[in-house]
Design a protein around this ligand. Structure first.
Ligand SMILES: Nc1nc2c(ncn2[C@@H]2O[C@H](COP(=O)(O)OP(=O)(O)OP(=O)(O)O)[C@@H](O)[C@H]2O)c(=O)[nH]1
Ligand SMILES: [Mg+2]
Length: 346
């Protein structure tokens, strides 16, 4: 059976509404990949029903070394127990991708330390061969990656990771081609997809879905607004008294500073932040929230006692929010949203 070169789905010429459709079986790319490559659109329903458990099974069913691709903005969500279990005993090359999205003045040494600590905590049962930090315009990546393969005499590599981490983009970079389909829609790659580079074989795989990632459960047409596509320009707010911050209608943060504090938002360009005095927060929420284009019901409240520590909150799929010299915060959010707290790195 013939597979689509872009996403690995089995091609079929029977059902135009089903995955893998082509007008004629001599075509190499399914209609969905063709549309994504040439128009980047969502004329075709792009939501896929690839289950996380099935991808984990696929990863387990191979014993090949793995390149684990991770979005550097979403590190905590990348190393879940089911994946770590599937990678036990395997040779792993860890690739932290999308470094270009971090703000210009980011201290690379602090990022490296944070990642190294994370990796030593999470990967006790795997053989981590190398840790690479990269981005799609990194001209040294191919050389470094191929050197690692040569050093360990590795010929076949399975590329795995969360949806949208950049697996297909990285393989394209190694191939120096645009063969594989890439897009900011989750689950672009639909099936295991084998590509050769000289005497190496690379396996692209469907990404692992994370149902707590805003990018996975928000509607397709709103995805473009929350996706961080360019180098982040942090938005910094100083505050002296109690305030409420709204990121569109997606999140509300009530903040109680210690004398003078600050909040830093690392989120998509164009997302609007509304700030008010704390006592006016409820009023704004009641009057305006449900009419905002980007809106989720706030059915959950998370409270944190920061005690003035410098901390960063990773909000999966939305970005990172940093707090300095803040006593307490309350975050009002949709219960599906997951928040990970870490020491300040950015
Ligand atoms: N800014 C930036 N964007 C990137 C980088 N790498 C990938 N992207 C973008 O991230 C999105 C996802 O890339 P893909 O290569 O399709 O990701 P994937 O891991 O193959 O995703 P699935 O197939 O859905 O699992 C695309 O919009 C890419 O253009 C990077 O280094 N920097
Ligand atoms: Mg892909």
């Amino acid at each position: 059976m013939k597979k689509c070169l872009g996403c690995g789905v089995i091609l079929q010429d029977q059902d135009p509404k089903a995955k893998g459709y082509v007008n004629s079986l001599d075509q190499d790319y399914c209609k969905r990949c063709f549309r994504l490559m040439h128009y980047g659109d969502s004329v075709i329903d792009l939501r896929s029903d690839i289950k996380r458990g099935d991808v984990i099974k696929l990863i387990k069913s191979h014993d090949k070394p793995v390149a684990l691709i991770t979005d550097i903005l979403n590190v905590s969500a990348a190393f879940k127990d089911d994946l770590l279990e599937a990678l036990k005993g395997r040779q792993i090359i860890l690739v932290f991708n999308k470094y270009d999205l971090l703000p210009k003045n980011t201290n690379i040494r602090r990022i490296e330390e944070y990642l190294e600590t994370m990796v030593s905590e999470k990967f006790k049962d795997a053989k981590v061969l190398d840790i690479l930090i990269t981005h799609h315009k990194d001209v040294y990546f191919k050389k470094l990656f191929m050197e690692t393969l040569d050093r360990w005499s590795i010929k076949e590599v399975m590329f795995v990771g969360n949806v949208n981490a950049g697996k297909s983009t990285i393989i394209n970079k190694l191939l120096e081609s645009t063969k594989l389909t890439v897009s900011y829609y989750p689950s672009t790659t639909l099936n295991i997809n084998e590509v050769a580079l000289e005497d190496h074989l690379f396996y692209d795989t469907p990404g692992l879905l994370d149902e707590n990632n805003l990018g996975v459960f928000i509607s397709e047409e709103k995805l473009k607004d929350i996706t961080i596509k360019k180098t982040i320009k942090p938005l910094v707010y100083q505050l002296y008294d109690k305030q409420s911050y709204f990121i569109e209608g997606l999140l509300r943060i009530d903040v109680l500073p210690k004398e003078k504090g600050s909040i830093i938002f690392y989120i998509a360009d164009g997302l609007k932040i509304h700030r008010s005095k704390l006592e006016k927060g409820d009023d704004y929420q009641t009057k305006h929230l449900s009419s905002l284009p980007l809106y989720l019901p706030f059915d959950h409240l998370s409270e944190y006692d920061l005690k003035g520590k410098s901390l960063e909150f990773e909000i999966d799929g939305l970005g990172i929010i940093g707090f300095k010299n803040i006593a307490k915060i309350k975050i009002h959010h949709d219960q599906r949203i997951r928040i990970n707290v870490r020491k300040s790195v950015l």
